[in-house]
Design a protein around this ligand. Sequence first.
Ligand SMILES: *Cc1c(COP(=O)(O)O)cnc(C)c1O
Length: 402
Amino acid sequence: MSDDVRRQDGEAPDLSPATLAVRAGEDEARAHRGTQVPIVYSAAFGYEDVDSWVDAALGRTEGHIYTRNTNPTVAAFEEKVRILEGAAAATSFSTGMAAVSNTLFALVAPGDRVVSVKDTYGGTNQMFVDFLPRIGVEVELCDTTDFEQIEAAVARGCRLLYLESPTNPTLKVMDIARLSAAAHEVGALVVADNTFATPINQNPLALGTDLVLHSATKFLGGHADALGGVLCGPAELIKMVYHYREITGASLDPMAAYLFVRSLKTLALRVRQQNENAMTIARWLQGQPVVDVVNYPGLESHLHHDVAARQMRGYGGMLSFSLGGGFDAVKRVLPRLRLAHLAANLGAVETLAGVPATTSHVECTAEERAAMGIPEGLVRYSVGIEDAQDLIADLEQAFTAA
Ligand SMILES: *Cc1c(COP(=O)(O)O)cnc(C)c1O
């Protein structure tokens, strides 16, 4: 099995994601006959002589030099995600936003044009409206669900098309294959943020993107205790972004990498349960008179349910709904939830609830949120692995009491 799971050609080995999540990517890092990946807390790695040191430093032989560049525990995490995403190479970061910003800064230059959409994660949106324009990169943000508009913007020429699907917090779905094809016609690179879907539910590279990234803080970690990011794709592109990250220094800590390796073993189990719970709860929410709109790609009523059904194997653990009573109703309901942390996170085994104004889009002004089509009465609900009927009973008592 080791040969299979260590394949470097970017092709998915002949094992299912559930098996790979448990087994893949660990062999190189194991030591002292331990069955588990150790936490290698060493800033640097020593060599017996100058020649072997030089060979490793120049990448002519395998070997770690300094943990800002590479580290065995961190490499095991990168390997696992690389294999789950069916990529040739992967590199990691201290946070999801480091993955996003390092990818963008490494791949675009002043004078380039970037096309994306209005509904990206709040921090990513700030890259597009503030940091990229500051260095002379032109950014056009399209309507997330208007694929013709995105194709037209791409056809005017661009260096990079940045996708996120499903989106945060309104769970919009983008047609990854169609938009990637449009971008490739003008020679643009396509990057997709796959944080919400996870590699269990969706593989953007297989749908045609050049790169896929994750905030590992969310579903990959799954236990709300570590921050990290990861990027997968072809070796040349990963090398460019890795070089930017090793120099600017947003490297993943070995302890966080260890927690991710451990958490990834249960990724398939967790995501399967979260998919199932979210579907059950979304259907129940649809029948509640206090709820105006339920956003979940698994519902037939979702605008792009057909696209989601085509490109996803499961619809994920994230949903959002708006309460008819607006922000006042949200303020009454949320504190009454007993089985949801009110916290700015998602993708954990525990259910979390929040409002975009305090979570994903805290970086944006009320006007920016309105422009992005995010109602102030929206609740973002990250479904955990608790029993779905317990979660429904919890929502029901909170709605009734409020
Ligand atoms: C949380 C998140 C990020 C940023 O990740 P951090 O680990 O918080 O820096 C990026 N994209 C999406 C979709 C996210 O949910």
